[in-house]
Design a protein around this ligand. Structure first.
Ligand code: PEP
Ligand code: MN
Length: 348
């Protein structure tokens, strides 16, 4: 199956910006789906909120003059009506709408009777059920051509991503709904121009069906998401470097094994990230203890941690023996880290 590449600016800004970007993109491939945001959901008021219907006129021009298929985000019934009126081929539901069942239902109702293609982005926070709920609402509206877009999740952690990919969630979604293509919105995961290739390559090894990459003729002056958009030339280079490797999900035993191992690797990545974050907190505790002349080892506290986690671990099917071993190792590392802080040894 040919990969779906969705590229184009974060927002439609002017006729020239749209057509020059689209012409360059078409030179890369005429099967690229050209995206542009028409109504922009901004975190705070006062930022650029999109051009509205005027932007659809330009988007339609891209379709009519260049023959590219076009895509945009819809967030309410009015958007759906206008997008369909202007011949938008793919309507996508943004992360901020997927979180809200009222919005999704309104969109689903407005889509009844149309044969549009609808892509559904994951919700802003990591809740698989909400993503599935949105898919079910769109399915119930009679839409047959559905796709999923993984754009990462807002999490409170030390991650360097704009939106943490938390790969196990889209993988689970793929496993549960193998009939729908999964596209990786690399731009909103990474949030900057550097590092797009790494995430795109990861999506390729996980057998995603495509990529969404924000592309602007002059990214530095973009009215939204300027820091993460790339030029059409950079897009061309990036696409040439992505290696689509892994065969499809449910073929042979070997494929399944590979996919499961990939899941294990991703979970291990998460565990390492969490352990690193935990040790950073241990160092903060070390500093606090140093300032207040407190001892490092507080056996009661450790015993409490063991008891609580043995109980928690049981709920996840983990044996007491394993939890105690695991926490012992963490405790030793944590004491070492605190030691280093308190005695001013160089931290590793
Ligand atoms: C976008 O694609 O420009 C956008 C607003 O994305 P998201 O819904 O993923 O934030
Ligand atoms: Mn954007």
């Amino acid at each position: 199956m040919e990969k779906v590449i969705i590229a184009g600016p974060c927002s439609a800004e002017s006729e020239t910006q749209m057509l020059t970007t689209a012409r360059k993109i078409k030179e890369i491939s005429s099967s690229v789906l050209f995206r542009a945001g028409i109504w922009k959901p901004r975190t705070k008021p006062g930022s650029f909120e999109g051009m509205g219907e005027q932007g659809l006129v330009w988007l339609k021009k891209v379709k009519d003059d260049l023959g590219l298929r076009i895509a945009t985000e819809v967030a309410n019934a009015g958007h759906v009506e206008l997008a369909l009126k202007y011949g938008v081929d793919v309507l996508w539901i943004g992360a901020r709408s997927t979180v809200n069942p009222f919005s999704v239902q309104e969109i689903a109702d407005a889509l009844k009777g149309s044969n549009a293609t609808v892509y559904i982005k994951n919700p802003t926070h990591p809740e698989l059920a909400l993503w599935e709920g949105a898919v079910e609402r769109i399915e119930k509206s009679g839409i047959k051509d559905i796709g999923l877009i993984h754009r990462g999740f807002k999490t409170h952690d030390h991650s360097s991503y704009r939106n943490n990919p938390l790969w196990q969630i889209p993988i689970e979604m793929k496993v549960r709904h193998p009939q729908y293509p999964m596209i990786c919105d690399v731009s909103h995961i990474v949030g900057k121009r550097d590092g797009l290739l790494d995430v795109a390559s990861k999506a390729a090894t996980l057998d995603y069906q495509g990529l969404m990459i924000e592309t602007h003729i002059n990214p530095e002056v973009a009215l939204s998401d300027a820091q993460q958009q790339i030029t059409p030339d950079a897009l061309k280079e990036l696409l040439s470097k992505v290696e689509w490797k892994v065969p499809s999900l449910n073929t042979s035993v070997q494929d399944k094994l590979k996919m499961l191992r990939e899941q294990i690797n991703l979970l291990d990545d998460e565990i390492m990230q969490m352990l690193g974050a935990r040790m950073k907190v241990a160092e903060d505790i070390g500093r606090l203890k140093k300032e207040n002349n407190m001892p490092i080892l507080q056996p009661n506290r450790f015993q409490e941690i063991i008891n609580e986690n043995v109980a928690k671990g049981k709920k996840h099917g983990l044996s007491e023996e394993f939890i105690v071993h695991f926490l012992d190792a963490i405790h030793i590392e944590s004491i070492n880290k605190q030691n280093q802080v308190i005695f001013d040894r160089k931290l590793t």
